[in-house]
Design a protein around this ligand. Structure first.
Ligand code: NAD
Length: 476
């Protein structure tokens, strides 16, 4: 049996936990146990399921500081972002619990007399969930609450890089009154994820992670039979700044969007597409603010930017930087892997602004997942939108302008799942759908009213109370 170990990325000597990796037999036992518990759970009235989710939200609120600090320690986010992540789970609990006393389908008038028609939702059985390290509490909450409300059992595999936070969230769910056995946690790397993905007892696979892994998951999931597979994948998110924009506001947005969570959000701003006339001034402002950011231990309230998740990740980001320089970009200011006093072995990467980037450069096309902001100069809105849309990803985009016509033209023309006007590319809110177009996903959305779709099947019901044969499309 192999083990996985969770390290504090700011100080890897600080070990947070160790778990046995689940092999295929352990995954099978987990699926079997969740399936057994699911049968009774599916009979609990939906408002009763919702009450347990609401209780989970209450417990999470009580423990927000404790859990937020754990996320900060394990995933390297600064304290306010760790707390914000737990708040996302609290908001999700409130939203999903509300859905439990809301509409559960549509009632549609029949074309025939004395006949009724409606839709309802059925559970899929057991949902296999595979989650990334960068939102180790929020993403499990986005998946677990709607899956439970829909009447499912769950087997979840948290990321091997942040298993302790995932385990802590599931412990709160268990304490909220979720029946024994209904939620199973399996730990491990991709091998464990692959065993879960292909298990024939899993009715739906809900995956969040990189495009490369998502492709493997989708292909493998279909090997053992068709099933629901939801994919939430990477991004190459862009912020357009036109020459009439409020540059102070745009600077705030770029700093938070590009360097918050050390650029390791799926929605992080990694391309700044700026109209030529204001490019130099905007870069100067961003550079000055980036230089003032304090790198350090993320659990220290004075820290602005924490580490990246691993040394290997820092080296991967450095490799992308080398590619960018080879393609002709220039570093504006400082950049690179650095160290921080008191954080021995921590993988820190300086917030980096790259100028002279052309749309076809590798840094303009591939997800950086680190604090690299590529600046691309354009002549105007049409060119800016074309550059936004030219990548294979379609998660989030932003436009900064004071001209409402330009803003709404951009909203129409940008091909991403989320668009912001005068706000950064990060900052999704729970009651609204979250997800992307193109290679970022396969059409499902998380959160919002559509968040339930990946965890349930629609059943259409017809009731004919005429007492005789009525033929749709023939007797009308
Ligand atoms: P990753 O793809 O490396 O890993 C994600 C999960 O997949 C982990 O739990 C991992 O163990 C598991 N896994 C790896 N190989 C597998 C396989 N063959 N079969 C099944 N499971 C396997 O991603 P990561 O580094 O943890 O997260 C970062 C990525 O996630 C970025 O690309 C980011 O943009 C994306 N992300 C997307 C969203 C979104 O909602 N669109 C949100 C957060 C992160």
């Amino acid at each position: 049996m192999t083990t996985i170990t969770s390290y504090n990325p700011a100080r890897p000597a600080d070990v947070l936990g160790e778990y046995e990796s689940a092999d295929a037999d352990a995954v099978d036992r987990a699926v079997t146990a969740a399936a057994a518990a699911q049968k009774a759970w599916a009979k609990v009235p939906i408002p009763g399921r919702a009450d347990i989710i609401a209780e989970c939200g209450r417990l999470l609120a009580e423990r927000k500081d404790e859990l937020g600090t754990l996320v900060s320690r394990e995933a390297g986010k600064v304290l306010i972002e760790g707390g914000g992540e737990v708040q996302e789970a609290i908001d999700m609990a409130a939203y999903v619990a509300g859905q439990g006393r809301g509409s559960w389908g549509d009632v549609v008038p029949s074309e025939l007399a004395n006949k009724m028609a409606w839709t309802t939702r059925m559970p899929v059985g057991v949902v296999g969930m595979i989650t990334p390290w960068n939102f180790p509490v929020a993403i499990p909450s986005w998946k677990c609450f709607p899956a439970l409300l829909a009447g499912n059992g769950i087997v979840i595999k948290p990321s091997e890089l942040a298993p302790v936070s995932g385990e802590a969230f599931i412990a709160v769910l268990a304490e909220s009154g979720v029946p024994d056995g209904l939620i199973q946690v399996v730990h491990g790397t991709g091998e464990t994820g692959a065993a879960l993905t292909t298990h024939p007892g899993v009715g739906a696979v809900s995956f969040t992670g990189s495009v490369a892994t998502g492709r493997k998951v989708a292909a493998a999931a279909m090997e053992t039979g068709p099933r629901l597979v939801s994919l939430e994948l990477g991004g190459k998110n862009a912020m357009i700044v036109l020459d009439d924009a409020d540059l102070e506001l745009a600077t705030d947005g770029a700093i938070f969007g590009a360097f918050g969570s050390s650029g390791q959000r799926c929605t992080s701003t990694s391309r700044l597409i700026v109209q030529r006339g204001v490019a130099a001034e905007l870069v100067d402002r961003i550079r000055a603010r980036a230089d003032a950011l304090v790198l350090g231990d993320p659990t220290d309230p004075a820290t602005d930017v924490g580490p990246v998740i691993t040394r290997a990740s820092a080296e991967r980001i450095a490799g992308m930087l080398d590619d960018a320089l080879a393609d002709g970009a220039t570093i504006a200011g400082t950049s690179g892997i650095t160290s921080v006093d008191g954080c021995d072995g921590g993988a820190f990467f300086l917030p980096t602004v790259l100028t002279g980037v052309a749309p076809d450069h590798r840094i303009a096309r591939h997800e950086a997942f680190g604090p690299l902001l590529a600046v691309i100069e354009v002549d105007g809105l049409d060119q800016a939108v074309a550059v936004v849309n030219q990548v294979e990803y379609g998660l989030s985009a932003a436009i900064y302008t004071q001209d409402v016509n330009q803003a709404l033209r951009a909203v129409d023309a940008i091909d991403t799942g989320i668009v912001y006007v005068n706000a950064p590319t990060i900052g999704a809110e729970i009651p609204l759908p979250f997800g992307g177009t193109k290679h970022t996903g396969n059409g499902f959305r998380e959160a919002g009213s559509r968040g339930i779709e990946q965890f349930s099947q629609v059943k259409t019901v017809y009731v004919d109370y005429s007492g005789r044969l009525q033929r749709a499309q023939i007797d009308t």
